[in-house]
Design a binder for this molecule. Structure first.
Ligand code: 5GP
Length: 174
């Protein structure tokens, strides 16, 4: 019997949320205790010897992963949210979507200058969401040690986009 990999716990749903999109559904991974633990362990593996002061989760599935990763590291979790969701004073960062643009926000006191952060999200596509998260962290003076994802969709160029910013990118599967 071959051992299941993280990829084996993820299912692909055709035509969600719109026709033609093949949506990677990670709820089946999260629902399986072995799958979820394997995923968190593998996200942490490259950072075993590095100092990380905070974990930053990108809305919304990055919050689930970020919470587990932060708990495992015994570090705090910082939320990067869509515009208008955070209650206190924020910094905003616009980014482009295929059609139009969107805005991510962070509390302006969420990170201290010099803190080393690991950004986590479920999936890397064009890299726009992660780039907005990186910029928000850097505008607060933090150093982004890396960005970790469960899934990388390599055809969409996100890895190249983030690597061009000098950020280490890790993904558990494609
Ligand atoms: P990007 O900004 O890299 O183009 O898109 C990544 C964001 O879109 C992530 O926050 C991710 O949660 C979401 N996303 C886009 N496509 C998918 C998908 O197929 N599955 C999941 N789980 N998330 C997706």
């Amino acid at each position: 019997m071959t051992r299941k990999t993280v990829r084996d716990y993820i299912r692909t749903i055709p035509d969600f949320p719109t026709p033609g999109i093949m949506f990677r559904d990670i709820t089946t991974l999260l629902a399986d205790p072995r799958g979820f633990r394997m995923c968190v362990d593998q996200i942490l593996h490259p950072y075993a010897d590095q100092r990380i002061d905070k974990v930053v989760g990108l809305e919304a599935r990055g919050f689930i992963l970020g919470g587990a990763v932060a708990h495992q590291l015994n570090k705090g979790l910082v939320l990067v949210r869509k515009k208008g969701k955070l209650p206190a004073a924020t910094l905003s960062q616009d980014y482009n979507l295929e059609y139009g643009s969107a805005t991510m926000e962070i509390h302006d006191d969420a990170l201290q200058a010099g803190e080393r952060v690991l950004i986590v999200d479920d999936l890397l596509a064009t890299g726009g969401t992660a780039e907005a998260g990186i910029k928000l962290c850097e505008r607060l003076g933090a150093e982004v040690v890396g960005c970790s994802f469960i899934v990388d969709l390599p055809d969409l160029g996100g890895r190249e986009r983030l690597t061009a910013l000098g950020i280490a990118v890790d993904a558990l599967c494609a």
